[in-house]
Design a protein around this ligand. Structure first.
Ligand SMILES: O=C[C@H](O)[C@H](O)COP(=O)(O)O
Ligand SMILES: C=C(OP(=O)(O)O)C(=O)O
Length: 450
């Protein structure tokens, strides 16, 4: 892997002269240039070979031989880079993964929205409170969450903090997933706790018992594979800030190809997926597995163009469509996209993001989501694929391992009046630990029905 700023520049710069939506307006261009130069000299956060490995895993998802679980914070925050937060999030994802693996009877590819999810596209450039209007908060990588003029000024130094926060997070994630914490028996024991100790968990007693029996059976047969002791886990985030992503893009010395070494997988969001803009061009230049969010206005022709631009070699695993239509639209809008893409001969992975199309503002002013809408969108997604004979490849969820009160509903029900209790997200509402496990068990049941 070459970490030379000059080498990074060659071949991968075609996006630089194109319009890019949602970029911060830094007051000091020189300060930004200095930061980018520093970042370009920093070591890569991930290795190209790991990105290739994830692409191979996602190829299995695209072919219907694996399921993708992608989840984590809406917006990571610098002050949440702590062992507790990271461990709780990881623990939740591992628990979800164990349930889904058993029910789906296929490998579950585990990818966090983690170690880089610090930047947020926003609907409005400004926010007004009590007659005061300030630039909107765009994630810790851009400006501060506090509602003060000073905090809201975009500061390029934050890009370096993002790099360091991502590096520490990734370091701990690697330690947790390979150092014994992720042992399947341990993860299953946590699930048993959830089933025993929470009212919502009790509904899944049967499934948990089956998993337990399967583990006992394997142990009785003398099977204790190494694979049970560690977990393959990948990091992903939205490739939003092109200055940062460009600075972390490096030439892979093995192949001479460009990789964005800020994360294993990056995705292009709903607000930046314009075909003639910089984000899609940037994504077309790198070899990482790429996700593209598809909202309800996406046309089949656009979907085909994404394939043309991002997956010209029709390589399974290269492109994942992350569908976020909304529970009320997915059944109407998705079939045409899946039909036309399938008819084109491309093998993409289809996964559902049941969060972003289902946000609304509660009377208290909190942005929230109903657990039932989230579940209904997943159901709609599965129904569409079942009707078309295609593979519902996975789920992409905003979640946390903490007991927050941001989304309403779930087995351990959160009511609208509870929202204020632990509303901790810096941007969009996340499923809490219990709601996330609930969702995993319900998706597992859906998958079995499928
Ligand atoms: O996470 C997604 C977007 O950043 C978020 O939904 C935008 O939220 P906003 O409409 O409050 O700007
Ligand atoms: C901004 C996001 O989603 P979308 O682009 O789908 O709105 C996100 O996933 O953080």
């Amino acid at each position: 892997m070459t970490v030379n700023a000059k080498t990074t520049a060659t071949g991968g710069n075609t996006w630089r002269n194109l319009p890019a939506a949602q970029q911060p307006e830094y007051p000091d261009a020189e300060a930004l240039r200095d930061v980018i130069a520093d970042l370009a000299s920093y070591p890569p956060l991930v290795f190209a070979g790991e990105c290739d490995q994830l692409r191979a895993r996602l190829a299995s998802v695209a072919k219907g031989e694996a399921f993708l679980l992608q989840g984590g914070d809406c917006a990571e925050a610098f002050d949440a880079v702590s062992a507790d937060h990271i461990r709780n999030k990881l623990k939740t994802l591992l628990q979800m993964g164990a349930v889904l693996t058993y029910a789906a009877s296929v490998p579950v590819v585990k990818v966090g929205r983690i170690a880089g999810q610090y930047s947020k596209p926003r609907s409005k450039p400004t926010e007004t409170r009590d007659g005061v209007t300030l630039p909107t908060y765009r994630g810790d990588s851009v400006n501060g969450f506090d509602f003060t003029e000073e905090a809201r000024i975009p500061d390029p130094e934050r890009l370096k903090r993002m790099y360091h926060a991502s590096a520490s997070t990734l370091n701990l994630v690697r330690a947790f997933t390979t150092g014994g914490y992720a042992d399947l028996r341990q993860v299953h024991a946590w699930n048993q706790d959830f089933v025993k100790s929470s009212p919502s968990g009790q509904r899944y007693e049967q499934l948990a018992r089956e998993i337990d029996n399967a583990l006992h059976f394997m142990r009785a047969c003398g099977t204790d594979p190494e694979e049970f002791k560690t977990v393959e886990f990948y990091a992903s985030h939205e490739a939003l800030l092109l200055d940062y992503e460009g600075a972390l893009t490096r030439v892979d010395s093995r192949t001479g190809r460009l990789y964005d070494t800020s994360g294993h997988m990056v995705w292009i969001g709903e607000r930046t997926r314009q075909l003639d803009h910089a984000h899609i061009e940037f994504a077309s230049q790198i070899r990482n597995p790429i996700g593209v969010k598809l909202g309800p206005t996406t046309t089949a022709e656009e979907a085909l163009q994404y394939i043309e631009r991002l997956d010209p070699d029709r390589e399974p695993g290269r492109l994942t469509f992350i569908v976020r239509m909304g529970a009320d639209k997915v059944r109407d809008k998705l079939p045409e996209l899946v039909e036309k893409v399938t008819a084109s001969g491309a093998t993409v992975a289809w996964i559902t993001d049941p969060m972003h199309g289902n946000t609304y503002e509660a009377a208290s002013g909190h942005k929230t989501r109903r657990f039932d809408d989230v579940l209904d969108e997943v159901k709609g997604f599965f129904e569409v694929h079942k009707a078309l004979g295609t593979h519902p490849g996975g789920i992409h969820v905003e979640l946390t391992g903490d007991d927050v009160t941001e989304c309403v509903g779930g087995g351990d029900e959160i009511f609208v009046d509870d929202l204020h209790q632990r509303y901790e997200t810096a941007c969009d509402p996340r499923l809490n630990r219990s709601q996330s496990l609930d969702l995993a068990f319900l998706v597992a049941e859906m998958y079995r029905d499928q």
